[in-house]
Design a protein around this ligand. Structure first.
Ligand SMILES: C[S@@+](CC[C@H](N)C(=O)[O-])C[C@H]1O[C@@H](n2cnc3c(N)ncnc32)[C@H](O)[C@@H]1O
Length: 236
């Protein structure tokens, strides 16, 4: 481990590749692509490495989401993880209010701490809980003026094994679960999904006459993931 510093439960810091569990070594090797301030005391749980959005991609997404209608002044990050996207949203300066929801307290502690490293911790309202409850019980009103962004877990069959990934099989939340819950509260919903996601399934949820935007986000020339933009975004 990196040093003798007391870290909260679940948070792991490694100083050499030999210490890193094999399953996450490929992510750790890209740590400076993921966090430009990695050496300034970024916190991660082992689990959080799988889902964190690399900083250059998070910045591009934040830029694209900023083209939401000006009436949208609130951003809800439904699955905040270790804060990759939330921090980029806060750094963009576009939002009057940002809510970041995460159900795992250890991962939420990472997100808060990482936001501090980037100087934006106080610009974010942090909520520990299940986003489906939180939206109903705490954010229903705020959601009307919000873009809801969701970077859900991509569990279930391994998406990379399929040329076209069936979003009905994504676990624990299918495309239908996510779209139904989020679009009930806001017209502007953005989902960060596997690059192989079935576009025909995505299109099914577009409103009649709506031109759906789907953007692939690449690093080193290869698509890492895509975002689908439901609602009105005046970019491109
Ligand atoms: C793919 S990660 C998000 C990564 C994040 N965008 C980042 O850049 O760090 C998904 C996160 O959603 C959390 N999660 C799963 N189900 C949730 C729920 N119902 N409510 C809130 N958070 C949830 C998981 O604990 C996990 O940290």
């Amino acid at each position: 481990m990196a040093d003798t510093e007391e870290l909260p439960k679940g948070i792991r810091k490694y100083s050499t590749i030999e210490e890193v569990p094999t399953e996450i070594s490929k992510y750790w090797a890209q740590r400076y692509d993921i966090w430009s301030k990695f050496d300034e005391d970024i916190w991660m749980t082992d689990e959080a490495w799988y889902g964190v959005t690399p900083e250059p991609i998070a910045q591009r997404i934040a830029e694209h989401i900023s083209y939401a209608p000006s009436s949208k002044t609130v951003l809800i990050d439904a699955f905040a993880g270790a804060g990759g996207n939330t921090i980029a949203f806060a750094l963009s300066g576009r939002w009057n209010q940002i809510f970041a929801c995460e159900k795992d307290p250890q991962v939420l502690a990472c997100a808060k701490h990482n936001a501090q490293v980037y100087g934006v911790e106080k610009k974010i309202w942090w909520i520990e809980g299940d986003i489906f409850d939180v939206l109903q019980k705490r954010l229903k009103h705020a959601a009307k003026n919000a873009v809801i962004f969701g970077s859900p877990p991509w569990g279930g069959p391994t998406y990379a094994d399929f040329e076209v990934f069936d979003l009905r099989l994504m676990q624990p939340y299918s495309l239908s679960d996510l779209y139904t819950a989020f679009s009930a509260l806001s017209n502007e919903v953005v989902l960060f999904l596997p690059r192989t996601s079935d576009l025909e399934q995505l299109v099914k949820y577009a409103k009649q006459g709506e031109k759906l935007k789907v953007v692939h986000y690449c690093m080193r020339g290869a698509s890492k993931a895509l975002c689908v933009y439901y609602g009105s975004f005046q970019c491109g």
